[in-house]
Ligand binder design. Structure first.
Ligand code: ADP
Length: 439
């Protein structure tokens, strides 16, 4: 017999005894009924206590009841605890999941059936320029105002992605955001965003590059084919033929230089940076490029330039010798090509306070206006287009110099005053430089 039934019996018996003590059978019956009523009230109170606790559902605040109620409390407590644990586990899983989506480089926005933002990660908010907390519950069409996006939502054809402008570093420089909606569940939508600014920039650069190369090759090709046609159609005097052939060879040479510079650039871009490699004597590099420059000035300048070493640090440079030579001779040949004949060109190595060193070429040429300086190392960027062409320039020289410097952990610096001259420097870090003891 359960404790609860025993309690009922006891109370009924107590009531009956109390009635019987009053010497009349109806009182005995009434006493028993009263006992049962008292039991029912107490029992009801305990049931209410249990129900109240279950309604709150906190396992740790279980009422202390005895008997059958106690047993019920214990079983409910275990059940609630189990549910609490399950809920905790799924909360933790949800948090892990959301943290993973937060860390994603792609933006994720969850939209409800009416197009309001239910949840968004920080990346999406940055891509589209809204606040992931404050703007929850807002209609996404109010948050992303680009006409392309409104049209995309209205058409409700989400089989392709679209691009919209995002809030870039400056209003004049918006970022390019690619965005696609994926419907799921009951009319809900998952919106994924991706920053494609760099991709677009690379694509624009690729297109510009192809256009530039085509243009650079087309000019000498047109000249060449013009001469070929002339020579085919008109009988020429020996002297004219010689002159035409010299001009044709000049154009062919121009294309060859361009192709060779392009190959050098693509080799520099596509290969790993040179290791410590060999240690090359700075003097050896310097005298090589000085000799080249003296040859060039004799050939193209009237009168030739004064070319001399103005500073001399005895050092060894580590890296790829051919690359270093190509970068240094590009700077020397620019100085010769852009400085009017008879000008002064000074070059040399100097140590720098950071333990590194600088190869410098200083000229008394036309100088370069400040607004051109940041763009000088861009491929095909020219300040003086006609002078560059006249002297066989490809517009790739300084791009090669920059790549070589960067591959050796260094950088290119330019100082220039229009009308007075320029100084181009390749700065190499301490790790690439060793002092040479002079014997
Ligand atoms: P290029 O083959 O045309 O010389 P570079 O990349 O070597 O191409 O140089 C880019 C541009 O920088 C040149 O077209 C020229 O206008 C300018 N430049 C380079 N070196 C000098 C210099 N020493 N003095 C004046 N302008 C220079």
């Amino acid at each position: 017999m359960t404790r609860r039934a025993l309690e009922l019996l006891c109370l009924v018996a107590l009531g009956a005894v109390w009635g019987w003590a009053n010497d009349s059978p109806p009182w005995t019956f009434a006493g028993a009924l009263l006992g049962a009523l008292v039991w029912a009230i107490f029992d009801g109170l305990r049931a209410r206590e249990l129900l109240n606790w279950i309604a709150k559902g906190e396992a740790s605040r279980a009422p202390s009841l005895s008997g059958t109620w106690g047993e019920l409390v214990e079983r409910c407590r275990k059940l609630i605890k189990k549910l609490e644990k399950k809920a905790q586990n799924s909360d933790a899983r949800l948090e892990d999941f959301l943290a993973a989506i937060q860390a994603s480089p792609n933006g994720v926005v969850l939209l409800d059936a009416t197009g309001r933002i239910e949840w968004a990660n920080l990346t999406a908010a940055n891509h589209l320029g809204f606040d992931p907390q404050r703007d929850l519950g807002q209609y996404v069409r109010n948050m992303v105002r680009a006409p392309a996006f409104t049209a995309y939502l209205n058409a409700a054809d989400f089989s392709y992605e679209i691009q919209v402008d995002g809030p870039g570093p400056r209003p004049s420089q918006p970022s390019k955001i690619s965005l696609q909606i994926h419907p799921y569940g009951k009319k809900r939508k998952l919106m994924l965003t991706r920053d494609v600014t760099a991709l677009q920039l690379a694509e624009t650069m690729r297109r510009d590059f192809v256009a530039n190369v085509s243009h650079e090759i087309r000019t000498p090709l047109t000249v060449l084919s013009g001469f070929v046609e002339t020579m085919q159609s008109i009988p020429l005097e020996a002297a004219d033929r010689e002159r035409y052939l010299a001009l044709m060879s000049q154009q062919a040479q121009r294309m060859q230089t361009l192709v060779s510079d392009l190959l050098t650039l693509s080799r520099l871009e596509g290969s790993p940076a040179p290791g410590a490699g060999e240690w090359v004597d700075g003097d050896e590099l310097l005298s090589h490029v000085l000799q080249e420059a003296r040859g060039l000035t004799q050939a193209i300048a009237h009168p030739p330039h004064q070319i001399e070493v103005s500073e001399h640090a005895a050092l060894l440079v580590s890296g790829a010798k051919t690359e270093l030579l190509s970068a240094m001779s590009n700077l020397m040949s620019n100085a010769v090509r852009y400085t009017p004949g008879g000008g002064n060109i000074r070059a040399g190595w100097r140590s720098t306070p950071d333990g590194g060193a600088q190869f410098f070429v200083e000229d008394t040429g036309p100088g370069i206006a400040a607004e051109h300086l940041p763009r000088l190392t861009e491929r095909f960027y020219r300040v003086d287009r006609s002078r560059s062409r006249e002297t066989g320039g490809t517009g790739l020289g300084l791009a090669i110099v920059k790549h070589v410097a960067q591959r050796h952990g260094g950088q290119v610096e330019v100082q220039s005053t229009p009308g007075q001259g320029s100084t181009f420097m390749i700065h190499l870090p301490a790790s690439r430089i060793r002092q040479r003891s002079i014997a």
